[in-house]
Write a protein that binds this ligand. Structure first.
Ligand SMILES: *Cc1c(COP(=O)(O)O)cnc(C)c1O
Length: 405
């Protein structure tokens, strides 16, 4: 039997992370936001911090730089704690897309034995596009392989031998969680859909390379800087293909030929966006304070509630589970598949005040951001979804697709 709304409220009362919700701007209590895996909410501390950084810009002008210049590595060190990495291994700069471009090229340059690149069809589009471009430019073969079972995620046996591999830790559609430590060889992990919701334990699992974004579960805001991780022992042998002055050794000596800075700083390109790096610092701070293990425990409990309600209420209405059933094989979002997923998503937003994501061809994707999502939000969202489909409300919405889904 599915839990009642009273049960969901009792779970909220017993939730050790419940108070974190108050740290976020929640403009509309009726709107159920299950899209924190696309764009996280605004932490109140970030709003205050950004005002302070803007004032600092106004007051200090160029003399703010001695403090600002440390921001990408200082914020990277804070993020390293959330990712299970060490200080000096994470850099907050550029977008995920650009960081992936830098890292793939750096690895291919450093290791001529890497003669091919591969990824899976379930990887995020930007990763596939970046790899296609690099493969074309370098005349390398790119293999985009199909996972035998998308709900199982990528499996080591599917990978071609000996090449460079790029995979997502959590699949953006199904939420399938890849087993990081079971892959050998040169693998770059994209952590965009795991950082801040799922422990990654980069050092403990022997992961050497990763990239990711900060505006999903890390709540750093639209277009906030991404990050790049390179294990300490690998840093000195790699050089970024974008040789900018922020990655230069002794940057302000100027007028010298390019020589890469020591450590992770060598992956910097140009001037970092100080406002958004400050937003990353605040987002990471609140995540670290809650603790990744506690966030994971809450995320699992909430996605189990969601799936339980799906089985009881939604499966009879034609939904099927598009995510792994085993919580240890799943990230922090759940995809519910339905042939009418697109109009159902429209109707959820327009008529039920529930914000999901549509992911083609047939997924209603519901993200659980454990810092601010309540159990009762999950319960209400599935209740509203059931009600809407039972009444056929989705058959009456405008089905034209907009540019952003
Ligand atoms: C969201 C996401 C990105 C985003 O890349 P940007 O360069 O920040 O636009 C990249 N990879 C994955 C797997 C994602 O989920």
């Amino acid at each position: 039997m599915a839990l009642t709304r009273g049960d969901a409220m009792r779970l909220d009362n017993a939730d050790p992370l419940a108070d974190f919700r108050e740290r976020f701007v929640i403009a509309d209590e009726h709107r159920l936001y299950l899209d924190g895996n696309s764009l996280g909410r605004l932490p109140k501390a970030t709003r205050d911090r950004l005002h302070r950084v803007i004032d600092q810009w106004g007051d200090e002008l160029v003399s703010g730089w001695p403090e600002w210049i440390e921001a990408p590595t200082r914020t990277g060190d804070a993020l390293a704690e959330v990712l299970g990495a060490s200080p000096g291994e994470v850099l907050v700069a550029d977008s995920t897309t650009v960081n992936l471009y830098k890292l793939v090229n750096a690895l291919l340059d450093a290791d001529p034995a890497l003669r091919s690149i591969s990824t899976d069809t379930d990887n995020f589009p930007t990763d596939r596009y970046v790899l296609e471009g690099i493969a074309r430019a370098r005349g390398l073969e790119l293999t985009i392989f199909e996972n035998a079972d998308p709900l199982n995620g990528p499996q080591p046996a599917d990978l071609p031998e000996g090449g460079l591999v790029v995979l997502s830790h959590v699949g953006y559609r199904s939420g399938a969680l890849a087993e990081l430590e079971s892959f050998d060889g040169t693998v770059i992990w994209d952590l965009s859909h795991s950082a801040g919701a799922v422990p990654v334990d980069l050092n403990a699992r022997g992961i050497r390379y990763a990239v990711g974004c900060t505006y999903k579960y890390l709540n750093a805001g639209p277009g906030a800087a991404g990050y790049l991780y390179v294990a300490q022992a690998e840093q000195d042998r790699l050089r970024t293909p974008i040789q900018g002055w922020f990655g230069q050794d002794d940057q302000f000596a100027m007028e010298r030929p390019y020589a890469p800075a020591d450590g992770i700083t060598r992956f910097m390109a140009g001037t970092p966006p100080i406002l958004v790096v400050a937003a990353v610092e605040e987002g990471v701070r609140v995540t670290a304070e809650a603790g990744i293990e506690a966030l994971r425990a809450k995320s699992i409990a909430q996605s189990e509630l969601l799936i339980g309600l799906h089985d009881e209420w939604l499966a009879p209405l034609g939904f099927t589970l598009g995510s792994p059933r085993d919580p240890s094989r799943r990230g922090s979002h759940v995809s519910l598949n339905h042939p009418d997923a697109w109009p159902i998503c429209r109707a959820l937003i327009e008529c039920a005040d529930v914000v999901p994501d549509f992911r083609g061809p047939d997924s209603v994707r519901l993200g659980i951001a454990p810092l601010y999502t309540r159990f009762v939000d999950v319960w209400d969202a599935i209740d509203r979804l059931r009600d809407l489909v039972e009444r056929g409300v989705h058959r009456e919405v405008d089905q034209t697709r907009s540019r952003v889904t």
